[in-house]
Design a binder for this molecule. Structure first.
Ligand code: AMP
Ligand code: MN
Ligand code: MN
Ligand code: MN
Length: 284
C-alpha cells in the first residue's frame, strides 16, 4: 500500500479514557475521511470486537489495537500494538495484569490529593470511568475540571498528577520486553507511541529504540497528535536509522479535550515504510 493513506491508528474510547464509545468513534472516523482505523485503548482490548463491528457497519477497514503502559528506565513509555488476535491468551493475561494495579493506585492518588485539600477525588473520578478496571489519571483530571480547581485538563497535568505534583503516585507498569512479546505472540506489530512525549535524554531515547528493536518491536509513531512538524522529521529519520516502519495516529480522546481530531494529521512521508504494509493481511 501507499504512505498516502488517511490511517488513524491511535485513539481512545470509553473502554479506557476516551469520552466516545467505540461505535461513535467508528462513525466519527468515517465522517472525517479516515481510510484505515484502529481503537487503541490503554491496557485494554475489551472494546475490540465492538470497534471492529462498528467499523464494518460504516465500511471502514480496521486493525485491532491497544496501548500498553510500560516502565522503562524509571519512566512510563507507551507501546501500541496493532493487528493482533484479540483473543490470544498471553496478550489477554498480560493486559489484565497491567491493568491490575490501577484501583489501588487511584486510591493512593486520591489520598495524596486529600493532603492538599482536595476531597473525594476517587469517587469524583469514578463518575467519569466507563470501565471499572481502567481508572486513569484522565478521569481524575476531568473531576478537577468539574470542581473548578483547574480550567481544563492541560492545566490539571501542569499542576497535579505528574511527577513532583500533588496526586502523582509512582507506578510499575509492564516491562518493555513483555509488552512487545505479548503483542508479537498474538500475531501483532509493536509500535513505540509518541516518542517525543518522554522526558528522555538522547542516550535514554537511543536505549529505548535499541532495546525495543532487540525485543522484536517493528514500528514507531512518526505522525501523531502531540508531535510538532519538526518532530515528524526527527522521528522519520530515526525510523529509517533503526529500520522501523512508521505509524500515524491522532491519539484522539474527546471532542472537548483533544486538539487533534480523528483523521486530521498530515500524511507520512513517502520515504517511510508505513506500518500498514506489515499488516496488510490483518486488516479486516
Ligand atoms: P494513566 O495511564 O492513568 O497514567 O493516564 C495517562 C493518560 O493521562 C494519558 O493517556 C493521557 O490521556 C493523559 N495525560 C497524561 N499527561 C497528560 C498531559 N500532559 N496533558 C493531557 N493529558 C495527559
Ligand atoms: Mn489517555
Ligand atoms: Mn500514550
Ligand atoms: Mn494514547
Amino acid at each position: 500500500m501507499t504512505a498516502i493513506l488517511n490511517a488513524d491508528l491511535h485513539c481512545h474510547s470509553t473502554v479506557s479514557d476516551g469520552t466516545l464509545t467505540p461505535e461513535a468513534l467508528a462513525e466519527r472516523a468515517k465522517a472525517r475521511g479516515v481510510e484505515l482505523w484502529s481503537l487503541t485503548d490503554h491496557d485494554e482490548i475489551g472494546g475490540q470486537h465492538r470497534a471492529m463491528a462498528a467499523a464494518h457497519a460504516v465500511g471502514l477497514p480496521y486493525l485491532t489495537g491497544t496501548e500498553i503502559s510500560v516502565t522503562f528506565a524509571n519512566t512510563t513509555v507507551h507501546i501500541v500494538g496493532l493487528g493482533f488476535d484479540p483473543d490470544h491468551p498471553s496478550l489477554v493475561q498480560g493486559l489484565a495484569q497491567t491493568r491490575g494495579g490501577r484501583g489501588l493506585r487511584a486510591r493512593d492518588m486520591s489520598d495524596d490529593l486529600a493532603r492538599v485539600g482536595i476531597q473525594g477525588a476517587y469517587e469524583g473520578a469514578l463518575k467519569y470511568v466507563g470501565n471499572p478496571e481502567l481508572i486513569s489519571r484522565t478521569h481524575f483530571a476531568r473531576y478537577l475540571v468539574e470542581t473548578g480547581i483547574c480550567a481544563d485538563t492541560n492545566e490539571v497535568f501542569r499542576k497535579y498528577l505528574t511527577e513532583g505534583k500533588p496526586g502523582f503516585v509512582p507506578h510499575r507498569w509492564a516491562q518493555l520486553g513483555d509488552a512487545v512479546r505479548w503483542i508479537r505472540e498474538a500475531g501483532g506489530v509493536a509500535v513505540i507511541a509518541h516518542p517525543a512525549r518522554y522526558d528522555h535524554s538522547p542516550s535514554q531515547e537511543y536505549a529505548l529504540f535499541s532495546e525495543f528493536k532487540a525485543h522484536g518491536g517493528q514500528a514507531v509513531e512518526v505522525v501523531t497528535g502531540s508531535h510538532s512538524p519538526a518532530e515528524y522529521v526527527k522521528y522519520a529519520d530515526m525510523a529509517i536509522e533503526f529500520g522501523l516502519a512508521a505509524s500515524r495516529g491522532s491519539d484522539f480522546h474527546s471532542p472537548d479535550e483533544s486538539h487533534c481530531d480523528l483523521g486530521a494529521l498530515p500524511y507520512l512521508e513517502g520515504r517511510l515504510t508505513p506500518v500498514w504494509d506489515l499488516l496488510a493481511d490483518r486488516i479486516h
